[in-house]
Design a protein around this ligand. Structure first.
Ligand code: SF4
Length: 155
């Protein structure tokens, strides 16, 4: 999915904050930390300095940056992370998806379509140590079977 042209470059919706192209995708809000998407991309460098000292920016914001071929989540030309994310329970099919400025260039959308959009708001790019499921999903070595077993075990 990597490309040298701006038209076809794929963007990661759980991206890094410190790349030259990084933008704020949305704000993590509410009790569950769901992402509220910005109507337009805002350069990350304009926002990072406004985050209070001592707070990891990814705790309160989601960033988008270019999908990188050496990302540990890459499996060939695909993103293994989004495949695990969409394996989790999510909103029913047919539910509305949030408006998102990134969609047309989003790696997750291009790979998993509307399923990715249904799950995307719940994703945090910063997983805490005590978030067992989050860590399982974030681990590139986790298999579909392991995820299903975890979900079945917690009911
Ligand atoms: S492989 Fe997935 S997690 Fe990694 S940069 Fe690309 S879209 Fe993001």
């Amino acid at each position: 999915m990597e490309s040298t042209t701006e038209q076809t470059v794929s963007w990661c919706p759980s991206g890094l904050a410190d790349r030259p192209e990084s933008v704020v995708l949305g704000v993590r809000s509410g009790e569950d930390g769901s992402v509220a998407y910005l109507a337009e991309p805002v350069p990350a460098k304009e926002v990072i300095s406004l985050v209070p000292e001592g707070i990891e920016p990814r705790r309160i914001l989601r960033f988008a940056s270019h999908c990188e071929s050496d990302c540990r989540q890459r499996v060939g030309t695909e993103c293994g992370l989004v495949n695990r994310i969409v394996a989790l329970p999510g909103p029913p099919r047919g539910s509305a998806v949030p408006r998102c400025h990134l969609r047309s260039q989003c790696m997750w959308w291009n790979q998993r379509g509307v399923d990715a959009c249904h799950h995307c708001p719940a994703v945090s790019s910063l997983v805490s140590k005590d978030d067992d499921l989050g860590n399982l999903v974030a681990d590139p070595s986790t298999t579909q079977e392991q995820l299903e077993a975890w979900i079945a075990a917690v009911g």
